[in-house]
Design a protein around this ligand. Structure first.
Ligand SMILES: O=P(O)(O)O[C@H]1[C@H](OP(=O)(O)O)[C@@H](OP(=O)(O)O)[C@H](O)[C@@H](O)[C@H]1OP(=O)(O)O
Length: 441
């Protein structure tokens, strides 16, 4: 499969593809992959000296490209019915939707991994083996030094199988199978954090900023422009319809790599508004909006750092590192709280329903942070003489720990990283953070 023809290579990319937020293709954040899906640039790692050896990799990865959830298929069906029931169109793209395009999304697809998602993980596995050849190696896989942990959701389990298949196909391994552990306490912590569930997830007022934005002037304008393009009264286009059009374009592109006629319903200005609405959802539901969003990931945070500590101690004692690589596969809801807890992509002002115009330069953009197969990589290096460093990468690109930016390149000393996160390392207790405090009446 190393000679796979990349169907994305010559694809006609919708102008709005870079705004698809959590429904975006990984290739949009790493465009060089469009040309060669297995390309890696090891020079981005830049260890401070040639002496540095990679001793461990933890990779926390979102599942690959998936079908829409049942909830969103329903919205897409409603939009399709509306467009089909309209008067015969003059525009050829609209005629195409009315006469040639058929609604093929069904509710039972409900967020399942698609073939493109299988490939996303197979290809990522091969790229990571090229980026970290001493860690992701056949010898280490066969020796049981590469561990896999996944959320129980079908799309994550299937992504895990695809990641493993990427490696076994690469090395032609046919005589062995490799296990994975299903661990929802670690990968779906959000479901088990009572305080998060009650105060955010099930709290209708938690997303007021998003709700108000959907009723605001920017969204209204998107809806009116869409109604004009469709030739229907303004009252027929709701915020759900605009969202459905955005999803139609996004899913047709992510799943089938086609620039579908649905993309004609939104221009770039509209897509930026839709992207902002999605960013509001992610910010308030999984990001900086509420403290509990990030605190719900305390268990995962401690799991990562205790593993890194074990590796450092084994290495110090000259023992073999027993967990050279840990691959953990979860959701956008797994990655974003952890990215937030670590302080990445924090802007000075919170995005709200009224500050769209001043948020254009925000760093919190889920299109860049959380496409399908988004990944946070933490790489430990031994640079000799007790000099242990930790490098963070997001989506295969080095990033710097916020507040540690002046450290040598993007690879601070592990002890400095631990000092920086001291409060979280000493606290951030899942049980304490996630319990609901009952105040006396
Ligand atoms: O908007 P949908 O229904 O697709 O929302 C999904 C989540 O997708 P996201 O909002 O992150 O694009 C999905 O996360 P994923 O990483 O597994 O794709 C999440 O698991 C699922 O529960 C849906 O969340 P929602 O609360 O129903 O919006």
């Amino acid at each position: 499969f190393l000679n796979d023809v990349n169907p994305e290579k010559n694809a006609d990319i919708p102008a709005i593809a870079k705004y698809f937020s959590t429904k975006g293709r990984y290739e949009e954040v790493n465009p060089h992959l469009i040309e060669d899906i297995l390309a890696v640039n090891t020079s981005v790692l830049q260890p401070p000296s040639a002496q540095c050896r990679q001793i461990h990799l933890t990779a926390i990865i979102r599942h690959g490209t998936r079908y829409p959830t049942a909830k969103n298929v329903k919205k897409m069906q409603k939009l399709y019915d509306l467009v089909r029931s309209g008067a015969p169109a003059k525009d050829s793209w609209l005629q195409e939707i009315q006469t040639q395009w058929t609604m093929w999304y069904t509710e039972d697809m409900d967020g399942r991994l698609v073939q493109k998602g299988v490939n996303d993980h197979r290809h990522l596995a091969v790229r990571l083996s090229k980026l970290f050849p001493s860690l992701i190696s056949e010898e280490k896989l066969r020796g049981g030094l590469i561990k896999f942990i996944t959320s129980s959701k079908h799309r994550c389990v299937n992504s895990t199988l695809s990641f493993k298949a990427g490696l076994t196909e690469l090395w032609g391994i046919k005589d062995m199978e490799f296990e994975h552990a299903v661990n929802d306490a670690l990968m779906r912590f959000f479901d088990q954090c009572t305080r998060f569930v009650e105060e955010v997830d099930n709290n209708p007022s938690a997303l007021t900023e998003l709700d108000k934005f959907k009723e605001g002037p920017e969204m209204k304008r998107v809806e009116e422009k869409m109604a004009d393009r469709l030739g229907v009264p303004y009252s027929h286009i709701t915020d759900d319809m605009a969202e459905a059009a955005f999803y139609m374009c996004a899913y047709e592109f992510a799943i089938k790599t086609v620039n579908s006629p649905w993309c004609r319903l939104l221009d770039e200005v509209d897509a930026q508004v839709m992207e902002y609405a999605n960013d509001l959802k992610q910010y308030w539901k999984r990001g900086y909006g509420y403290d509990i969003n990030s605190k719900s990931s305390c268990t995962l945070f401690h799991d990562v750092f205790s593993r890194l500590d074990n590796v450092v101690s084994q290495n110090k004692l000259g023992q073999q590192v027993t967990e050279a690589v840990t691959v953990q596969i979860g959701h956008a809801e797994t990655l974003l709280p952890l990215i937030t807890l670590l302080g990445f992509f924090k802007d000075s002002d919170a995005p709200t329903s009224t500050n769209y115009a001043t948020q254009t330069q925000r760093s919190f953009r889920t299109s860049l942070m959380l496409p399908y197969t988004a990944n946070l990589l933490l790489v430990l290096y031994d640079c000799g003489g007790g000099d242990i460093r930790l490098q963070p990468l997001l989506n295969e690109k080095p990033v710097t720990f916020p507040g540690l930016a002046d450290q040598k390149a993007s690879m601070p000393l592990y002890q400095d990283v631990k000092k920086h996160y001291r409060d979280l390392l000493q606290g951030c207790d899942f049980e304490t953070e996630c319990q609901i405090f009952k105040h006396p009446a």
